[in-house]
Design a protein around this ligand. Structure first.
Ligand SMILES: [Zn+2]
Ligand SMILES: [Zn+2]
Ligand SMILES: [Zn+2]
Length: 202
């Protein structure tokens, strides 16, 4: 049997949150391949051929802004069943690497694959992750466009992820806002704007 693909790679688009499977070819003329989101066209990752049979995956994390670089030995990748890829700074889950069939099963919500990788995250983790990323990007866009301004006049905000909530905080005065990003209804609510309130001094 001829080996065509080392493994497959599925990353959440850091712009729209959707996830698709890309194959990592064993032999490639390209030293550098960009992987784009099939839904929105955003660049999801770069695949780089390194010397000595290694490959690097570069993927940024929209939550903390880290530009991650993961280096894998091709011979090891051939034997990976299914592994998570997560941000090296905040452990935000970026996607999966491994056998195409196993990733497909995971994305079809195969319960066995799910429990192996996400023992505590419940059944709909992939959909939750998609909504979380979409919500986070909307919040980023609103902040960039000046649509979220703290009552103190501060425009510098930080966004943190706590489970399926986004916590927005004013850098200047500490006022904050907790936004749930778990389902389509939560995304819909973002249309009505975001308001920050002062922390209680209890
Ligand atoms: Zn996308
Ligand atoms: Zn991160
Ligand atoms: Zn403020």
């Amino acid at each position: 049997m001829l080996i065509r693909d080392v493994c497959s790679l599925a990353l959440y688009c850091q712009k729209c949150g959707s996830i698709h499977i890309h194959d990592v070819p064993y032999f490639s003329a390209e030293r550098r391949t960009e992987l784009y989101c099939e839904s929105c066209g955003h660049e999801k990752a770069r695949l780089l051929r390194l010397g000595k049979g290694r490959v690097a995956v570069e993927a940024s994390c929209v939550v903390c802004g880290t530009e991650n670089r993961f280096v894998y030995a091709l011979h090891r990748l051939r034997h990976v069943g299914l592994e998570k890829i997560y941000c090296m700074t905040d452990h935000f889950e970026l996607g999966y690497i491994g056998r195409r069939r196993r990733i497909e099963e995971l994305m079809r919500f195969n319960q066995e694959e799910f429990e192996a990788l996400h023992p505590h995250d419940g059944k709909n983790f992939i959909e939750k992750q998609r909504i979380l990323l979409e919500a986070l990007n909307r919040v980023h866009d609103m902040a960039r466009d000046g649509d979220i301004v703290c009552p103190c006049g501060g425009e510098e905000l930080t966004a943190d992820i706590r489970g399926s909530y986004i916590v927005l905080e004013c850098e200047r005065c500490g006022s904050f806002c907790v936004l749930r990003a778990e389902n389509a209804g939560d995304l819909e609510k973002l249309r009505f704007g975001v308001g920050l309130r002062a922390p209680s001094r209890a």
